[in-house]
Design a protein around this ligand. Structure first.
Ligand code: MV4
Length: 449
């Protein structure tokens, strides 16, 4: 078992603060790196040490591996927590940490490499009997093969770049002509954005639910799942609301998804925390989509319904500790819903809206959790993601969770910048949301056509 005296947090904002809090409670010192755009941010005052690593643009700071490793060496840290985004799923970064004798708090290099290739992840899932959407065997060799597979499985189909992410490198096709175009476009986008032109093809599932399983795995071969999160409410691949459990998901489907997720991560030799993403159709058939090899933004809803602190677990697992639980110890109780609050202007197509928060009054009360790094007087820099807070409520039933969320959104005052609070209020009032009738087409259909 390794001893961690000091951890470097290679991230910013709410997740840097979230990780810092876990470190403090575990008696571990924290070093937070930051850019000049984040100098003066309040969460840095809470760190044991801070290191300025560069200018505002991420390429010159949060994505600059050599500057982060230099800071880690100078500060003599035992481990690095990458948070989400930035370098969290970067194979090269994990490799360099390893070669420098610094523990990367996340899965091993080979698991990140394997699962980072969605084509290889899909083939592994098939081998393990995890349901996959009908489609190509491995990557497509050429356009003719794409047309042949589409002929066999029927339209509509979706072409996906093996290295894609965040909705990039995907094209839906309804006929041979649009498939020929989509094949070329997905390839070009994969090459340009991720340096990999390989693509595969699946039957397109219309307006599925997006349901993901949280897993934890130790270095001794044990894996547990912590139930699911429903992340169907998203717009342009930006999630807005996440909840656990997934409303109306039959218990046998939930168990089957959990078992499938565990089989897949075991076969991948996976360790630490991870998420197995599925799409679920109207008849509750589920299909494996991809594995996220990081802690995710929406992890708090799982923490609330299981009572398990996922960041502390990540640190313990990275130290080499065995999972202190078996599947039977994990009980999902109650309902948690998270609402992301973004600094965006609804009047201007939800474009990011940086600026100074003149007034910030946080909601509170029974079953309310606010994960945020902002406050009255904080200036949202223009360089990063627009998310400024995650409002999480936890109640016994979904009905109570929704009324709690509505009450909290009414209390929440943010002045000086535009936010997505008004949109969130409308969603929680929508009858189909209240009825649990959610899918990935919801926002486009009812709000922002
Ligand atoms: C799909 C799909 C439907 N059919 N694959 C989107 C992001 C990536 N993680 C996987 N995604 C999807 N893959 C098949 N075969 C639907 C999605 C999807 C989605 C698609 C369009 C618009 C919003 C979406 C939100 C979640 C998932």
């Amino acid at each position: 078992m390794k001893k961690f005296s000091r951890i470097l947090i290679a991230n910013r904002g709410e997740i840097a603060l979230r990780i810092l809090r876990a470190c403090r409670e575990l008696g571990i010192e924290s070093v937070i790196v930051h850019s000049t755009a984040d100098s003066g941010a309040g969460y840095l005052d809470l760190a044991d040490r801070t290191v300025c690593i560069g200018e505002g643009p991420s390429q010159q700071s949060y994505l600059d591996i050599s500057r982060i490793i230099s800071a880690a060496e100078i500060e003599d840290v035992d481990a690095i927590h990458p948070g989400y985004g930035f370098l969290a799923e970067n194979v090269q970064f994990a490799e360099i940490c390893e070669s420098c004798g610094i523990e990367f708090i996340g899965p091993g290099v080979e698991a990140i490499r394997l699962l980072g290739d969605k084509g290889r992840a899909r083939e592994l899932a098939k081998q393990e009997g995890v349901p996959c959407v009908p489609g190509s065997v491995g990557i497509l060799d050429n356009e003719d093969e794409a047309l042949d597979v589409a002929q066999e499985i029927g339209y509509p189909v979706i072409v996906k770049a093996v290295a894609g992410g965040g909705g990039r490198g995907m094209r839906v096709a309804h006929n041979n002509i649009s498939l020929q175009n989509g094949y070329a476009q997905a390839k070009a986008e994969g090459e340009a954005a991720f340096g990999n032109p390989d693509v595969y093809l699946e039957r397109y599932v219309d307006k599925p639910r997006h349901v993901e399983i949280q897993i934890l795995a130790d270095n001794h071969g044990e894996v547990v799942h912590l139930g699911e999160r429903d992340c169907s409410l998203q717009r342009r691949h930006q999630k807005l609301i996440e909840e656990s459990p997934s409303p109306g998901l039959p218990p046998d489907v939930r168990d089957a998804m959990g078992d499938a997720a565990k089989r897949l991560v075991k076969a991948a030799g996976y360790t630490n925390a991870g998420t197995v993403e599925f799409i679920v159709d109207r008849d509750f058939n589920f299909y494996f989509i991809e594995v996220n090899t990081r802690i995710q933004v929406e992890h708090p809803v799982t923490e609330m319904v299981t009572g398990i602190d996922l960041i502390k677990e990540q640190i313990r697992l990275a130290r080499g500790e065995p999972l202190g639980m078996t599947q039977d110890d994990i009980q999902v109780k109650g309902v948690a819903i998270e609402c992301r609050i973004n600094a965006e202007n609804p009047e201007d197509d939800f474009r990011p809206c940086p600026g100074t928060i003149e007034k910030f009054r946080a909601p509170g009360g029974f079953g309310v959790r606010l994960d945020s790094h902002v406050y009255s007087g904080y200036t949202v820099p223009p360089n990063y993601d627009s998310m400024i807070a995650k409002l999480i409520v936890y109640q016994e039933t979904r009905e109570e969770a929704i009324s709690c969320m509505k009450r909290c959104l009414d209390e929440f005052t943010i002045e000086g910048i535009s936010t997505t609070i008004p949109l969130a209020k409308d969603i929680f009032k929508h009858l189909n949301f209240v009825a649990g009738k959610v899918n990935t087409g919801f926002i486009e259909e009812y709000f922002l056509g």
